[in-house]
Design a protein around this ligand. Structure first.
Ligand SMILES: [Ca+2]
Ligand SMILES: [Ca+2]
Ligand SMILES: [Ca+2]
Length: 315
């Protein structure tokens, strides 16, 4: 095809030269313009290239469809297209490929679990255009297992709840060989009643003991066969109850005493945590909090940290 066009161009050029000899200047100029137009038209029509691939990365083991776009290509006029990636001596062929237009085609890849990571060159061979390539167009990543959600992510002491843990690129195996727990410092809370739904999701029950530290706990999952362990920091919170200033999990007169002692008696124990004594949401721990708690405990006043009556905590 290109040769045919070149012949045409040569013929045109020849005609122009003949025109230069035989015709007046006006025809010479027309011939030159025609030649230039044909030159640019031929370059535009035959400068095929690959422009992009989307998505342009995947993890080892992924099964994905990619969309490849080109310029000047004839994907939809081809009877078949072969698409592949190359890195060094390694090649990964698309399982299937089909055009959606002259300049766009979709291809399905199954990335082997042991494919080398890094950048790969993209090749497309339809049976119409020359073999086209786009260097370092696609990147293969090594999957990094991680916990991406813990739901619900908080509870009070003495509460028993089922927590769903969702991972990414994880290997959650059989329930009988999976351990799940929370940790904070040297304290741990073990999960039980584990149910594995998939390699990336499981649930476990937790009974929050009455005396564990408040605050954020790390979440852990371990496969007891492979000993693979993953964790995510500060992803479950054991919450304090507002007004339970002595942290015995009840709100009563002793909590009022604790606030009063903390305010007026040197070296009296500090409410644990201190914010548990900030019951009227004014930002300070003082006698007005004790008064609020007295009204709540003895006169059916508003609940601690509920300064209006909408049922939603205000601090
Ligand atoms: Ca208490
Ligand atoms: Ca206060
Ligand atoms: Ca409120």
């Amino acid at each position: 095809m290109i040769n045919l066009l070149n012949l045409l161009l040569e013929e045109t050029a020849t005609q122009v030269v003949k025109s230069m000899v035989k015709q007046n200047n006006r025809i010479i100029v027309s011939g030159l313009i025609l030649t230039i137009c044909l030159f640019f038209a031929s370059n535009t029509a035959f400068a095929q290239s690959l422009n992009s691939i989307e998505p342009d990365s995947a993890y080892q083991g992924d099964d994905l469809w990619v969309t490849i776009t080109g310029s000047g290509t004839h994907f939809s006029q081809s009877s078949s297209s072969i698409v592949w990636f190359v890195q060094g001596s390694s090649t990964i062929y698309a399982g299937s490929a089909y055009p959606t237009s002259a300049t766009s085609l979709n291809a399905q890849f199954i990335i082997p679990g042991d494919a080398p990571s890094g950048y790969w060159d993209l090749y497309v061979d339809d049976d119409y255009d020359p073999v086209l390539s786009l260097p370092e167009a696609f990147r293969i990543l090594i999957p990094y297992p991680m916990i991406i959600s813990v739901d619900p992510d908080s509870a009070y002491r003495n509460e028993s709840l089922m927590v769903t843990i969702t991972g990414q690129h994880t290997w959650f195996g059989q329930a009988s060989t999976t351990a799940v727990w929370f940790s904070q410092g040297s304290s741990t809370i073990s999960g039980y009643g584990i149910n594995v739904y998939s390699s990336e999701q499981l649930s476990a029950w937790f009974s929050i003991p009455p005396d564990v530290p408040f605050g954020f706990w790390d979440v852990w999952v371990r496969d007891l066969v492979s000993q693979n362990t993953i964790s995510v920091q500060d992803s479950f919170e054991v919450m304090y109850r507002c007004g339970d200033t002595n942290a015995d999990n009840e709100i009563n007169v002793t909590d009022i005493v604790w606030i009063v002692n903390y305010i007026f008696i040197a070296n009296a124990p500090t409410p644990y945590p201190l914010n548990s004594a900030e019951v009227n949401c004014d930002g300070l721990v003082n006698i007005t909090d004790a008064v609020w708690l007295i009204l709540y405990v003895f006169q059916d006043g508003y609940a601690p940290c509920h300064i209006d009556v909408d049922g939603i905590p205000d601090c």
